[in-house]
Design a binder for this molecule. Structure first.
Ligand code: 13P
Length: 333
């Protein structure tokens, strides 16, 4: 099937050597909160200007294969009038779109959530593909603690991820499958490894059941790390070993690639952990699809001022270079 070959080629391009994916797809509410925290008025145009700063960073394509946007940005234009997906494609970056509509409380599962957005998704994907989307993202969130994650929450999320992924492939769009086991909590690194393993196992059962071709999928998992308030400290070597072991036991070889989220880790720590993983002999490229660990320094440098656009871009370019160097083992210039 030609379409499957094209999907596999796009997925391979997303995880090309030395490159990762930039997640700039915060919802309007999340982006507005982050702008406000940085002292920037959370208007539609400021959200647009900030995303323009990110995607027009000089030489971004040296370390970034594609950029994930949210619906608002996908329909906005850069100052020279080009729609964002066109501006991305013009600079050799794959346009991506977040298509879930958020994690909502799951019935009969106190404290747990299921990600929504399947209604009308076939039509929305057709629309996004016509606007230039080459890949999509759907994020499920899994919590640890007090008997969680429950089988109910894991299965509901795995099923939704699989239905989303199948619809993406039908539309010729590569699905990023993101089951994020959250860092929040005082759980141990071993608990994170166990929750991640069982979650991933169920996700792949559902993906196969839904007829999803794994060579046209990019998996976006969490790294295996101790809970944020556990007091446990893990070195990059320990994180790398636990993460690679967990993935090796759960992720089929034919998945096109693995692109980690940063999950709220400090930017340098996420980079060091990623670098430590490169020493392992695994079947898939291991790269990054960071949000906060790439863009937080850029937002802090910009703070909404047109005079500081270049400073914001330099901050992003620096993080991209560091993460690209983590993949190749070369020193960051
Ligand atoms: P973080 O790297 O900030 O966790 O974001 C990645 C992402 O895309 C979350 O869905």
């Amino acid at each position: 099937m030609i379409q499957q070959a094209e999907l596999a080629a796009t997925a391979t391009e997303m995880v090309a050597p030395g490159k990762g994916i930039l997640a700039a797809d915060e919802s309007i509410a999340t982006m507005s909160a982050r702008l406000e925290k940085a002292g920037v008025e959370p208007t539609e145009d400021n959200r647009r200007a900030y995303r323009e700063l990110l995607v027009t960073t000089p030489a971004l394509d040296q370390g970034i294969s594609g950029v994930i946007l949210c619906d608002e940005t996908f329909r906005q234009a850069t100052s020279d009038g080009r729609p964002f997906p066109v501006a991305l494609a013009d600079t050799g970056l794959l346009p991506g779109i977040k298509v879930d509509t958020g994690a909502k409380p799951l019935a009969a599962a106190p404290g747990e959530k299921v990600t929504e957005g399947l209604d009308g998704l076939r039509e929305r994907l057709e629309d996004y593909a016509a606007l230039g989307a080459r890949f999509a993202k759907w994020r499920a969130v899994i919590v640890i603690g007090d008997g969680r994650p429950s089988s109910r929450a894991r299965r509901a999320n795995a099923h939704a991820l699989a239905r989303y992924a199948a619809l993406c492939q039908e539309a010729g769009v590569v699905p990023i499958v993101e089951p994020e086991v959250l860092m929040d909590g005082d759980h141990s690194m071993a608990a994170c490894a166990a929750a991640t393993a069982v979650t991933l196992h169920e996700v792949f059962v559902e993906l196969r059941e839904a007829g999803v071709e794994l060579d046209g999928v990019v998996l976006k998992p969490n790294m295996v790390v101790p809970g944020k308030s556990s007091g446990e400290v893990a070195t990059p070597d320990q994180v790398a070993r636990a993460t690679v072991e967990t993935l090796s036991g759960a992720v089929p070889d034919d998945v096109a690639g693995i692109a980690f989220l940063s999950g709220g880790q400090p930017a340098e720590q996420a980079t060091d952990n990623l670098a430590a993983m490169q020493g392992y002999d695994v079947s898939w490229p291991l790269t990054f699809s960071f949000g906060r660990a790439l863009v937080d320094p850029a937002l802090a440098a910009w703070r909404g001022s047109p005079d500081r656009v270049a400073a914001g871009q330099q901050a992003l370019a620096h993080r991209v270079r560091c993460n690209s160097a983590a993949l190749t083992g070369e020193p960051a210039s």
